[in-house]
Design a protein around this ligand. Structure first.
Ligand code: PLP
Length: 342
């Protein structure tokens, strides 16, 4: 095997392009903790406008933005309702408990959060039972292979939460993908939640960063929470410039990742011993039914120059992104088909 491996482990592995690096190098900057950075301001206005929210705040990571949102909307000693496979439950090192003081009540069932399952999970009122303070939805849903929650379903979740007096936080790390896959305006999705997080370091290809958007007053408080969490950044316009470049140049091309994911899925669906979840967006989940384990597949694919993830003991995850072109897709399809057929 010669050359760099083809890396399908995540859409976070993209390297900033030459044009993105140029935009970063040329960014006008200030001290964003002291009195503001003009490029960060430009990014925040741009995102607020795209999401149809009064304000947005730039964070160093989606994880910090999610936790800040839960801090703003939730109340220590109460519960956040979230799907059992959601990012805040599985991949944020129990920040809900460690930082925010929230207990998680997981909603089980369908691959993503659904209004009926949420309603069924609400506890009967009792002085002995925990109260709920916030609901967290995720779109697209990472744990469910980039599955889209359609607008109507998200609206039903919001209405179900509102019935209980609960605000919704939307973890929209990949809301860009949901928007491109469905044609639903970002602002329509965002209208279903009090706060929305969007990430720049996934499909948009920036090295780092996320925005949290919402009403003006909660976003003023989010500034404090971000600083308290250690997320105040100085000449962060350099990072915001990468995010703006991602919105301008990489958002319109996300459909290519989705098309390539469908083609990879179609190629692997032909292989005996594999069940492929048809992808809504850029993530292909392959369930192994022929006796191979996911770690075996990962090791064999790696030896042949293709990196994939063992998502569960019998589930392999492949993610399409900016740095996977036609040639890489063709090679990865061939290698994975061979490995999976073994
Ligand atoms: C990646 C991701 C996050 C966290 O974003 P980071 O910037 O990596 O901290 C949150 N939610 C979902 C669904 C993600 O995929």
């Amino acid at each position: 095997m010669t050359g760099l491996p083809i890396d399908l482990r995540s859409d976070t592995v993209t390297r900033p392009s030459a044009a993105m690096r140029r935009a970063m190098a040329e960014a006008e900057v200030g001290d964003d903790v002291l009195d503001g950075d003009p490029t960060v301001r430009a990014l925040e206005s741009r995102v607020a406008e795209l999401l149809g929210k009064p304000a947005a705040l730039f964070f160093p990571s989606g994880t910090m933005a999610n936790q800040a949102a839960l801090w703003l909307l939730g109340e220590p000693g109460t519960e956040v309702y979230a799907h059992e496979d959601s990012h805040i439950v599985n991949w944020e090192i129990a920040g809900t408990a460690g930082l925010v003081g929230l207990q998680v009540r997981v909603v089980r069932g369908a691959p993503v959060l659904e209004a009926d399952a949420l309603r069924a999970a609400f506890r009967p009122a009792s002085i002995h039972a925990p109260r709920a303070s916030v609901v967290c939805a995720e779109n697209t849903h990472n744990g469910a292979g980039g599955m889209v929650t359609p607008l109507a379903h998200l609206r039903a979740i919001q209405a179900t939460a509102a019935d209980q007096g609960l605000p919704v936080h939307l973890d929209g790390a990949r809301l860009w993908n949901a928007h491109v896959a469905t044609g639903t305006p970002l602002a329509d999705f965002a209208a279903c939640a009090a706060t929305v997080m969007v990430s720049f370091s996934k499909g948009l290809g920036a090295p780092v960063g996320a925005c949290l958007a919402g009403d003006a007053e909660p976003m003023r408080r989010a500034w404090e929470v971000r600083k308290r969490f250690g997320g105040g950044m100085r000449q962060s316009g350099i990072l915001a410039a990468a995010a703006l470049h991602g919105i301008d140049h990489h958002l319109p091309r996300l459909g290519e990742d989705h098309a390539r994911a469908r083609r990879l899925a179609a190629a692997l669906a032909e292989v005996p011993g594999v069940q492929v979840v048809p992808p809504d967006t850029n993530i292909v989940m392959c369930d192994l039914t022929g006796g191979l384990t996911a770690p075996e597949v990962v090791a064999r694919a790696k030896a042949a120059g293709v990196l994939v993830t063992a998502w569960h003991p019998t589930r392999v995850r492949c993610v399409l992104h900016l740095d996977i072109d036609e040639a890489a897709l063709a090679r990865a399809s061939m290698v994975l088909a061979e490995v999976l057929a073994a």
